[in-house]
Write a protein that binds this ligand. Structure first.
Ligand SMILES: C[S@@+](CC[C@H](N)C(=O)[O-])C[C@H]1O[C@@H](n2cnc3c(N)ncnc32)[C@H](O)[C@@H]1O
Length: 288
């Protein structure tokens, strides 16, 4: 199911999720890596991305100089095709490999960093996947995953989604936007999203997976609360309208508002509140 869903999603994935390979993508990815590690990242010579998708993390990390050689793996060949196109356009050299995270086709101890973004929640057998991450990691190497939905944060995010769904007809009228063909039933692939998203996590579950795989110095942190509510509300509204009818000024407001609230989350909330209430969890750990 994950392969089929992501193969179909590959073409419009970058525009749907606002994936960026310029300054914004660079800053966002670098900030997430730094937050997950809790320090300024060094440079990892051999890096393996799990569920690399269209290359959001790998390509931005290559451009930022955080990784040397990038091997991008994903269960969906369609996503990897888009990743290859993106890498070519950006003049970046990457190796791609179709692979299930539960059965990695790589030799033991062959990477210094195993990482991913928004992928762990799709993997059915996580203990097996973490055992694979540990196996392919060289001693002293790092595991790092970001963008994983927290169970509590996910529940909290349903509030702005429902509220936005309720006011969507009024919002469209105010903007003179026609309803999208799928407006009555939400996003066309929303139902399938529920099927491919297998997990939402409590922080202790994530750290437990890493420890059981033999990893040490495990660190789980949370990010984005206000930014996430704002982002989900706007995405829910926008999904109900004809994309061409959503004014540029609205998109600017949504984009700038998200960045502003992300900054507030980072400075005010993330240092003070428990990881569990944020929408995104991140984990970093080390192979002894
Ligand atoms: C939400 S997307 C994230 C893509 C990319 N990391 C990003 O942040 O844009 C999840 C990705 O995980 C991949 N995936 C799902 N299940 C997987 C599995 N068992 N093994 C490897 N990749 C998987 C999907 O094909 C998809 O590309």
């Amino acid at each position: 199911m994950n392969t089929r869903y992501h193969d179909v999603a590959a073409d419009r994935y970058d525009s749907k999720w606002g994936i960026d390979f310029g300054g914004l993508g660079h800053d966002q990815v670098t900030a997430k890596v730094e937050k997950a590690l809790g320090r300024t990242p060094g440079r990892y010579a051999r890096a393996l991305e799990i569920g690399a998708g269209t290359g959001y993390f790998s390509l931005n990390m290559l451009r930022a100089g955080l990784i040397g050689e990038a091997t991008c793996s994903d269960i969906s060949p369609g996503m990897l095709e888009t990743l290859k196109d993106n890498a070519k356009r950006l003049g970046l050299d990457v190796r791609t490999e179709s692979a299930d995270a539960e059965r990695l086709p790589f030799a033991d101890e062959s990477f210094d960093l195993v990482f991913g973004h928004a992928v762990l929640h799709h993997i059915p057998d996580l203990p097996r996947a973490f055992a694979e991450f540990e196996r392919v990691l060289a001693p002293g190497g790092t595991v790092l995953f970001a963008g994983e939905p927290s169970r509590y944060g996910d529940r909290l995010a349903s509030v702005p989604k429902r509220a936005a769904g309720a006011v969507a007809p009024l919002w469209r009228r105010a903007l003179s936007a026609r309803p999208a063909p799928s407006a009555e039933g939400g996003e066309p692939d929303a139902a399938l999203e529920g099927v491919v998203d297998v997990h939402a996590f409590a922080p202790a579950e994530l750290s437990g997976l890493a420890r059981e795989a033999g990893l040490k110095d495990v660190r789980v942190t949370g990010e984005e609360l206000l930014a996430n509510w704002f982002g989900w509300a706007n995405r829910t509204l926008e999904a109900t309208a004809e994309p061409d009818d959503v004014p540029w000024a609205w998109r600017q407001y949504a984009y700038r508002g998200y960045l502003l609230l992300q900054g507030l989350d980072r400075r005010l909330l993330e240092p003070r509140l428990p990881a569990a209430i944020f929408y995104n969890l991140m984990i970093a750990a080390r192979k002894p």
